[in-house]
Structure formats: structure tokens, C-alpha cells
Design a protein around this ligand. Structure first.
Ligand SMILES: Nc1ncnc2c1ncn2[C@@H]1O[C@H](COP(=O)(O)OP(=O)(O)OP(=O)(O)O)[C@@H](O)[C@H]1O
Length: 309
């Protein structure tokens, strides 16, 4: 668990972070969002002591990090940034094993961990472990960056615009991988992004920043349904906010399972988003879809009017 208690940080006259209090529960994903310059990166960088607060306190699992040695603290935290920072003269295996080497793991243990992590991030170990970073695509390098951050099984993963430099399809695939990895490992993730769709896809919780202040927290559906102010509404799409809300809600939340399902084309699964349901209805020229609830093994219907809520 990570707790910010009234944390502030200024650079000269600029109050980059202004009295922020926020708790990120263990095993959850929190997406820090907000316009450029709102203080997201500064808040993140204070967690691994790349910056220190002027006032306030940050606790990791209840312990004030101000009393910890930065090097000890950083070994408990994985850090992924946009400019990946892989060492160019080291193989993928050596890059991923940076922290395990520092922790003096034996070579068999390191090799096994590297293979496991490459599998986890979707890279075939035999073909990728021996390559150098410039022999990989940008998306593959980013996957190696995530594997390296996870190498020593950190309790917390800090990510600062980790997928900002890759094309949209690769970005989506990296986001899916991150969600799957997080579910499997249970690592707490604090991620900075100014991509609204990314925040919605990843964020169990959104923490919205504005001029150094934390102005709203909540699930994507809560924040999008009731933005705290005009700026938050504008950030989440202004007139298109309703479309983003369709991305934040699943078919399960709006489908009707009480009546027999409408017959028709292939069903949509209940974990699909309302946006996907709308896209299917438009593409197929229908106003209802049959719904398959994969968890409960039941069937239902979602209608165009259900999307309005
Ligand atoms: N090392 C620094 N020296 C001086 N000013 C800084 C420094 N780091 C950040 N700032 C200032 O603090 C404010 C917050 O910056 P920060 O990078 O935290 O914002 P951000 O929300 O992450 O922005 P972006 O989305 O553009 O990365 C900005 O006004 C920035 O110019």
C-alpha cells in the first residue's frame, strides 16, 4: 500500500504538487491523470525518492520512505518510463537481470526468472533473451522494460507514460498485457498517463490532478459519470465524454438477464465494453444483441436504449 499524506513540492515559484493526500490500496492499479504540468510525474518520482517532498509524508506499507535509503527503497519498486533506458550493450537477458544481479541471485535462478518474465510479457525466451535492444522493435523494447521492472518481484510498480512512444495497436496490446500481468502478480501499480483511453482501460482507480492538486478520485465510471468540475469534464473528452463512459462500463452492468435472449447473430460476452456493444450494433444494423455471461453461464439481451442508462 502506498499513502500520500498532504504531500507538497515546489520548484522555485512553481507549486508542482500541492497538499496531495491519496491512498493506493495493495494489489490495485491507480492511474494518475491530468493535463501537462499538473504534477503527475513529480508525485510519482517522489515515491522512489528521485525527488523529495518539501512537506508531507509518503508511506510504503505504513513506513515513511523518508527514513529509508533510496537504494533499498528502489529495490522494492519497479520503475518503467517512456524512454525505456535499456542498456544498449547488454543482451535482453542481462538487462532484465539487472536487479537480480545486484541482489546476487545465482545464475540458474536468474536464467529461470528471465525466461519466466519474457513469457509473461509475451516474448518467446529462446528467440529474444540473447538479442540486443537495437535488434528489437519499440514495442518489444517496452515489453523488456516492463520485464526488467518486474524482475525482483517488486511490491510496487511505478510507470510514467510507459507506452507513450509506441503506435496505437502496439500500445493497446501492451495495455492488455499489463492488465493480465497485474492480475497474475497482484503487484500494486501507480501509472502516469495523459491518454484518457489508457487510463480507463487500466485504471481500477483514477486520480485526477490539476495545477498540483488532486481534484478527484474514483473508478473510471464514477469519474466519467460525475466529473468534479468543468476542467475534468473537458479532460475526459468534453462533448465526447459520454463515449468514453461507454468504454468504462461493461455489458454485464446494463444487460437484461431476466427475459429470454433475442435470437440472432453471434452473442457478445458480458465482459465486453458498452462501446464494443455499440460498435457491433452499428456494424450489424441491429438494436439488440444477445449476451453471454461467461461467469454465470446465463444469457441475456442488451438493447441500444440500455446504453443510455
Ligand atoms: N526539476 C524541475 N525543475 C523545475 N521545475 C520542474 C521540475 N520538474 C517539474 N517541474 C515543474 O513542475 C510542474 C509539474 O511538472 P510534472 O512533470 O510533474 O507535470 P506532469 O503532470 O507530469 O506533466 P507532463 O504530463 O507534461 O509530463 C511543471 O510546471 C514543471 O515545469
Amino acid at each position: 500500500m502506498i499513502q500520500f499524506e498532504s504531500v507538497s513540492k515546489s520548484f522555485g515559484d512553481v507549486k508542482a504538487v500541492d497538499a496531495v493526500s491519496l491512498t493506493v490500496e495493495p494489489g490495485t492499479v491507480c492511474a494518475l491523470v491530468g493535463t501537462s504540468g499538473s504534477g503527475k510525474s513529480t508525485l510519482l518520482r517522489m515515491v522512489n525518492r528521485l525527488e523529495d517532498p518539501d512537506s508531507g509524508c509518503i508511506r510504503l506499507d505504513g513506513v515513511d520512505i523518508a527514513g529509508m535509503k533510496p537504494v533499498d527503497l528502489r529495490r522494492r519498486i519497479g520503475y518503467v518510463i517512456q524512454s525505456i533506458g535499456l542498456f544498449p550493450h547488454w543482451t535482453v537477458e542481462r538487462n532484465i537481470a539487472t536487479v537480480p544481479h545486484l541482489l546476487r541471485w545465482d545464475s540458474g535462478q536468474v536464467r529461470a526468472r528471465v525466461a519466466e518474465l519474457l513469457e509473461l510479457v509475451g516474448l518467446e525466451p529462446d528467440t529474444h533473451a540473447g538479442r540486443y535492444p537495437d535488434e528489437l522493435s519499440g514495442g518489444q523494447q517496452q515489453r523488456v522494460g516492463v520485464a526488467r521492472a518486474l524482475a525482483a518481484d517488486p511490491e510496487l510498480l511505478l510507470m510514467d507514460e510507459p507506452f507513450g512512444a509506441v503506435d496505437p495497436p502496439t500500445r493497446r496490446s501492451l495495455q492488455d498485457s499489463l492488465v493480465a500481468i497485474q492480475k497474475r502478480t497482484g503487484t500494486t501499480v501507480l501509472i502516469v498517463t495523459h491518454d484518457v483511453e489508457e487510463a480507463i482501460r487500466l485504471g481500477g482507480t483514477l486520480a485526477v490532478m490539476e495545477h498540483g492538486r488532486l481534484v478527484q478520485t474514483g473508478t473510471p465510471a464514477q469519474v466519467l459519470a460525475r466529473p468534479a468540475n468543468e476542467q475534468v469534464a473537458r479532460f475526459f473528452g468534453g462533448p465526447l465524454l459520454g463515449l468514453h463512459l461507454l468504454q468504462a462500463l461493461s455489458v454485464r452492468e446494463r444487460a437484461d438477464f431476466s427475459a429470454p435472449p433475442q435470437a440472432g447473430a453471434a452473442p457478445i460476452t458480458s465482459d465486453a465494453t458498452l462501446e464494443e456493444a455499440l460498435a457491433r450494433m452499428i456494424a450489424e444494423g441491429v438494436s439488440h444483441l444477445r449476451v453471454l455471461d461467461t461467469d454465470a453461464g446465463r444469457q441475456g439481451t442488451i438493447a441500444l436504449t440500455d446504453l443510455v442508462g
